[in-house]
Every structure is written in structure tokens, then in C-alpha cells.
Write a protein that binds this ligand. Structure first.
Ligand code: NOJ
Ligand code: NOJ
Length: 707
């Protein structure tokens, strides 16, 4: 073989190992959210398919009908997206939707153009693909996206099928075979409850309906198997990640097993939509407990609220700063939170405040602050429609321009490149360095890689920035954005790590980014994914300076089997070790240790189990019953909110129940405890309860509280 031939082979090996190593590490990605129906009409053949005729509006005047966008259309714009540095797309739920018109309250026709009214999770919607509901166009999109270095994230709505009491009455099909309808449900495929009215009631949230959509009963073994098989099928069609719809409304315990099932199938990245207003939300603690323990990351709604308040409105940057401080201490994996400025459920920033500088500044912020950023389609083109304040559906206009010269497009491209080249953005810590109401200067730092970003959002006022300290080494730094947003260079003096920056002027509407990368002297670990799994699950550790020769990954003294090794990523399978939370230790081939990173080894693959304890009556309002027991899934006899399973639910007080995911085929020991509102823990008496978790399907166990 010639030297250049050898180089080509080497390069190919490197490229393959890089793509494998990064499969579960989404921290370097920039996600672009597409409402498939509103993006590009790639094929007019699927505009008005016969099985759902009449739901298409070629005039694009009825905002509740299909307008013609499809999977082929997305495929046509992959080079536009690639040019913007986008490395992942999140598309609307692609599965077969309700076929019938459900008129709104004024009698106007409506259709599920958005994709959130499934009828068959195992076929592709005819308006997006073809009239056979086949996978052809979906597969073509995935293949083309991957060829362009773009991962595909599918929106998956496990909570519901379609409207309960109109159209197809919730009808659910399994690859064309009828399963059940809301009004024809002998086997309990659906929950039959009213719509949620109290959004702080954990029972209502999980067991009631939202928007009168037929609420799937995930504890039913048929539904459990169906949804997991649908996810597997999507993974077999090349899907790289999932945006889980409405996770606060799906049964929480079941979702632990849903994520586990995805990770058993292969590498993926999973993030859920847990709608909340901020870190003061009543269920905020439930939200981060869920993210920390289930292995599913979340869309960062608390930060979204702060971003909107600060950039679209006049709130001070302290709101962003305090939100980040809280979340970074509550979430175990803050760099996995998925951040956004706009989405399809909220009025666009430009509808709230038609100030393109502010949108650019907010975009620069989410691309440099911790978390994985999403760009909502059209933000880079300043797309907005302000009818009725610009909320749903006016936040989903037709994508009318694809200019590559807007500041927004170029801003994303530059910062997407920085996410690839400087690991501080993907893996770094976050530190506020200078703040006032209009100015936020913050630093991301991963070992000796540093990114310092300064934003002045004021329309009029420039500020003299004195006393700024940074971890950037002494030297002069030009603006990484090349002045795109008015940035300038700074001079840093030495100061032992808190290095003083010469005073400079930050003009109104400026974003400046200064950065430095270094060579790793020892291996530096920045990411593990998934964060939870049992023997045999494939895991990726990513970072820097691992070296090219294979080293080791240790769970205590047990070494995992390494599947691939590169300087920036290692894949391995979870070894046979006891169930526990581990500080996993990577060592390079010379035995030099990296920083450790946390991973939870489960006892076995997870199966849905619903526990009921009768007659467990706490004496005071605010007391809750929890479940605890002898494996990591049960909290290892933990008695705290964050370790035990719960709080349990009590629609039939004094009986309490909780759905959970437990290790298949394992005989578990457990007890119920009361955690009083003042924190006092009371154990039930007697000996431990025991139960053998089924190896498949779903389990149920009912006991009496032992006095
Ligand atoms: C949240 C989605 O983002 C929203 O658009 C949808 O209508 C509901 N979930 C129901 O699926
Ligand atoms: C401590 C509790 O006090 C007890 O009730 C329970 O049975 C054990 N943990 C578990 O073996």
C-alpha cells in the first residue's frame, strides 16, 4: 500500500472511531428544531394524500392545517444546515397521525400538522413521507443527514394517541392492526380520566389527559411493549436521539425503563420536555430528581424562562445567573441540559420584542453557556408572525428564506465551530465573572481550556468593564466572532489563575468571545453517556488527552471491556459488578488516571412495576409515603426524597401507590416509609416485603402497611 493509501485507511479508521465515540455524547452538538410541515415542501405528491384528504391548505391561511412541508424538503436543506454548523436536527413526531378533521370550537377544520396526534407509532405519516405510510423518505433523510454529519432526533409522544372524543377517538394501530380506541378499550390501553386541572398534582399529571388526547396507560403490558418496540424500530432506522414529549404527563416510573430500553438497544441521547416556569416551581425538585436518576436529560425550561425575561424583556442578568447557579448545583449533568431561546410552544422572542440584536444576543448566550443548544427553525432568518402575540400556532410560520448571510446564520456557524474546537463549551464549568443588569460576562472552563463571553444587551448604554478577572492566560485575545457582534480584543495580565483584564469599553449590543485551548497533560474526562445502565449496556466517555493507545476504564477494581478508544472518546460495555453508584475511573495506556465521573450500575434491565401499600395513613398534610429497598433502583434503603422512590400517590387515601422501574427477574426486598413534612422518617414495622420482578411485561404488587 502506498503512503497516501495508508493515510487514507488511517483517516477512515479515525473518522469511524470518532463517530462511534461521539454517538452518546451530545454535548458538542448544535440542534436545529424543525416543524416538518412548515419547513420545505420537497414533494407535492404527498400534499393531500387520499387517506386523509382535505387536511391540506395550499394557501397557507388556515394555520391549523397541513401546509406541505415534508421529510424530502428537510433533506433538500441539509447543506444549508451544515453550513450553519448544525450537527443534529430535531424533527416533528414523524409517525402516522390522525387522519380526520377535528373542527375547532368555531367549526374551522384542524389537522395534526404538528405531529402530536399519533394513530400508529410504527408507520410514517403520509403527509411527511408517502401514501403507503412507508419508511422510504424517512430512511433517505436519515442517510443524507448522516452523510452531512448531522444526527437525527425524533420527537416521541408516548403520553397519548389522538383526541379522545372526536375524529378517530384515540384509535391506536400497531403497524396497521387496530389495538384499541378510547371508546373501545376492553383491555385498559388508555386511562379514562378528565383533563389535568391541577398542574401541581403528581397523580393528575401522570394519570389524567392533556388537551383531551387519549392518555396511554404505560403500565399495561401491551402499551409498554408497543411503545418500546416503536422506539427500537426508530433506532433501527438510524435515529440518534429522542426528544420525549410531555414527560411530566407520562408515568414517571415507567419512563426510567423507557430510557433503559433505548440504551439496551444501542447508543442514543434522550431529553424530555418537563414544562416548568423556573427553579421556584413546585415540582422543580421532582424534575431534577427525575433527570438525575432516570438517565433522561431535560429541556432547560427554567433557563428558558430567564432567557426570555432577560433578553426579550427588561429583567436583569441576575435572573439568568441565579437560575444557572441553582440548576448547576441541583442537576448532576447540567452540561446535558438542552437549552433554547424559542420553540413551537412559546411566542418567538421577536414576537415579544422585535429587536434582532436581542435575538442574536440570546442565541450567542445559549451557544456559549452550559447545555446543548437548540436553534428553533427560522430564528437565524428572524422569522416571526405576531398574530395574537405570536403564540401557537403563529410561532410556526412557513420558513420563507434561507439566506446564508444573515448575522444570525453566521453567528451560529462560528459558535458551532467553537463548540467543536474548544471543549470548555461542551464540558466546562460555569462561572460568572462580571455582572450588572445589562452586562453578563461568564467563563466556561474545562481544565486549561477557557471560553470567556461578554454580552451587553443594552440598546443605548456602554459600560466600562474594570476589575474583570479570567482564567485565560496572560496575553492579548482577539474576538473569536471577528467583530460580528461588535466584539473587540482584550489584554490579560498574569495573576495566578484569576488574571486581571485591562479595563475596556463594552458598547451597547455587543457580544464578544475570547478563548484559549491547551494540550492536555493527563487524560481529562468531560462526559459519560448514558449515565445509568446494567451489565452489557454500551457507554461512551468523552473528553481529551486519552491518547491513541488503549487504556482502561475501571468500576472499582473491575475493568470494563473497551470497544473503541481514541484521544477524545472511549466506548465500553458496563462490566459485571454489583449494582451501585460508581465513580468511574479512566486511565490512559501508561496508567495515568483522569478525573472520575459518576455512573449508576443497575441490577438488571428494567421492568415496570407498580407498588401499592394499603392503609398507610400519615397523620399530617404534607407527609408522604415513599418506597425504599435493597437495590440501587430502590435507593439502597435510602430515606431521603432524592434516594427513595416517590413520593407515592394517593388518589384512594389511605392507600398509596407508585409506578417504578425495577430489575427484571430479581427478588427484591422493600419497605415503605413515611417522610413527614418536617423531614422525620418513620419506617413501617415487621420484616421486609419481598417480590420477584417479572422478566418481561409489567408487574404489580400490593401489600398492607405493617404496623
Ligand atoms: C408538548 C408539545 O411540545 C406540544 O406542542 C404538544 O401540543 C403537546 N406536548 C402535546 O403533545
Ligand atoms: C432499616 C429499617 O429500619 C428496617 O425496618 C429495614 O427492614 C431494614 N433497614 C432493611 O433491612
Amino acid at each position: 500500500m502506498t503512503a497516501s493509501g495508508r493515510r487514507l485507511v488511517m483517516l477512515t479508521i479515525v473518522l469511524i472511531s470518532v463517530s462511534i465515540a461521539s454517538a452518546q455524547d451530545f454535548k458538542k452538538q448544535v440542534i436545529y428544531q424543525i416543524i416538518t410541515d412548515r419547513f420545505v415542501n420537497g414533494s407535492t405528491a404527498n400534499d393531500n394524500p387520499s387517506q386523509s384528504a382535505g387536511l391540506f391548505d395550499s394557501t397557507m391561511t388556515n394555520w391549523h392545517l397541513y401546509w406541505g412541508g415534508d421529510l424530502t424538503g428537510i433533506q433538500q436543506k441539509l447543506s444549508y444546515l451544515k453550513g450553519m454548523g448544525v450537527t443534529a436536527i430535531w424533527i416533528s413526531p414523524p409517525v402516522d397521525n390522525l387522519n380526520l378533521n377535528v373542527p375547532d370550537n368555531s367549526g374551522n377544520p384542524t389537522a395534526p400538522y404538528h405531529g402530536y396526534s399519533a394513530r400508529d407509532f410504527k408507520r410514517i405519516e403520509e403527509h411527511y413521507g408517502d401514501s403507503a405510510n412507508a419508511w422510504t423518505e424517512f430512511d433517505a433523510l436519515v442517510t443524507a443527514a448522516h452523510q452531512n454529519g448531522i444526527k437525527v432526533i425524533v420527537d416521541f409522544a408516548a403520553n397519548h394517541s389522538n383526541p379522545e372524543s372526536a375524529g378517530e377517538f384515540g384509535s391506536l394501530y400497531d403497524n396497521g392492526t387496530f389495538v384499541a380506541a378510547y371508546n373501545n378499550d376492553p383491555n385498559g390501553v388508555f386511562h379514562h380520566n378528565p383533563d389535568v386541572s391541577d398542574f401541581n398534582d403528581r397523580y393528575q399529571l401522570q394519570y389524567y389527559s392533556i388537551f383531551s388526547l387519549a392518555d396511554l396507560n404505560q403500565e399495561n403490558a401491551t402499551v409498554d411493549a408497543y411503545l418500546k418496540a416503536a422506539l427500537l424500530q426508530l433506532q433501527q432506522h438510524g435515529v440518534d436521539g429522542f426528544r420525549m414529549d410531555a414527560v411530566k404527563h407520562v408515568t414517571w416510573g415507567w419512563e426510567y425503563g423507557e430510557v433503559n430500553s433505548i440504551f439496551n438497544n444501542g447508543p442514543s441521547f434522550v431529553f424530555g420536555e418537563w414544562l416548568e416556569g423556573g427553579t421556584g416551581d413546585t415540582l422543580y425538585h421532582d424534575s431534577y430528581k427525575f433527570a438525575n436518576k432516570s438517565g433522561m436529560s431535560l429541556l432547560d425550561y427554567p433557563l428558558y424562562t430567564a432567557v426570555k425575561d432577560v433578553f426579550a424583556n427588561s429583567n436583569s442578568f441576575t435572573e439568568i445567573d441565579t437560575t444557572l447557579t441553582s440548576e448547576n448545583s441541583n442537576f448532576l449533568w447540567p452540561n446535558d441540559l438542552v437549552t433554547f431561546v424559542d420553540n413551537h410552544d412559546q411566542a418567538r422572542l421577536l414576537s415579544t420584542n422585535n429587536n434582532t440584536n436581542r435575538l442574536n444576543e440570546a442565541t450567542a448566550f445559549i451557544l456559549t453557556c452550559r447545555g446543548i443548544p437548540i436553534i428553533y427553525y427560522g430564528d437565524e432568518q428572524y422569522l416571526h408572525n405576531d398574530t395574537n402575540g405570536g403564540g401557537d400556532p403563529y410561532n410556526r410560520p412557513w420558513m420563507s428564506s434561507f439566506s446564508t448571510t444573515t448575522t444570525g446564520y453566521q453567528l451560529v456557524a462560528k459558535l458551532a465551530a467553537l463548540r467543536q474546537s474548544n471543549p470548555a463549551l461542551a464540558y466546562g464549568s460555569s462561572q460568572q465573572r462580571w455582572i450588572n443588569s445589562d452586562v453578563y460576562i461568564y467563563e466556561r472552563k474545562f481544565f486549561n481550556d477557557v471560553v470567556l463571553t461578554a454580552i451587553n444587551k443594552s440598546d443605548t448604554t456602554s459600560y466600562s468593564i474594570g476589575g474583570l478577572l479570567t482564567a485565560l492566560p496572560a496575553g492579548t485575545y482577539s474576538d473569536y466572532l471577528g467583530g460580528l457582534m461588535g466584539g473587540m480584543s482584550i489584554t490579560v495580565n498574569s495573576g495566578g489563575g484569576n488574571n486581571p483584564v485591562n479595563t475596556f469599553n463594552l458598547l451597547a449590543h455587543t457580544v464578544a468571545v475570547w478563548q484559549n485551548t491547551s494540550t492536555a497533560a493527563t487524560p481529562e474526562v468531560g462526559s459519560i453517556g448514558p449515565t445509568v445502565g446494567q451489565l452489557g449496556v454500551k457507554v461512551t466517555i468523552a473528553g481529551k488527552g486519552f491518547g491513541s493507545a488503549t487504556g482502561s476504564v475501571l468500576f472499582g477494581s473491575t475493568a470494563a471491556t473497551i470497544n473503541s478508544w481514541s484521544d477524545t472518546g472511549v466506548t465500553f460495555t458496563v462490566p459485571a459488578v454489583g449494582n451501585a453508584i460508581y465513580n468511574v475511573q479512566l486511565k490512559n495506556s501508561s496508567g495515568t488516571a483522569a478525573n472520575t465521573i459518576q455512573f449508576t450500575v443497575l441490577t438488571a434491565k428494567l421492568v415496570s412495576v407498580t407498588f401499592t401499600v394499603n392503609n398507610a395513613s400519615p397523620t399530617n398534610v404534607g407527609d408522604y409515603i415513599f418506597l425504599t429497598g435493597n437495590t440501587v433502583e430502590l435507593g439502597n434503603w435510602g430515606t431521603a426524597f432524592d434516594t427513595a422512590v416517590g413520593p407515592m400517590l394517593t388518589p384512594n387515601y389511605p392507600n398509596w401507590f407508585i409506578n417504578s422501574s425495577m430489575p427484571a427477574g430479581t427478588t427484591i426486598q422493600f419497605k415503605f416509609i413515611k417522610i413527614a413534612s418536617n423531614g422525620t422518617v418513620t419506617w413501617e414495622g415487621g420484616s421486609n416485603h419481598t417480590y420477584t420482578v417479572p422478566t418481561s411485561g409489567t408487574g404489580f404488587v400490593t401489600v398492607n402497611w405493617q404496623n
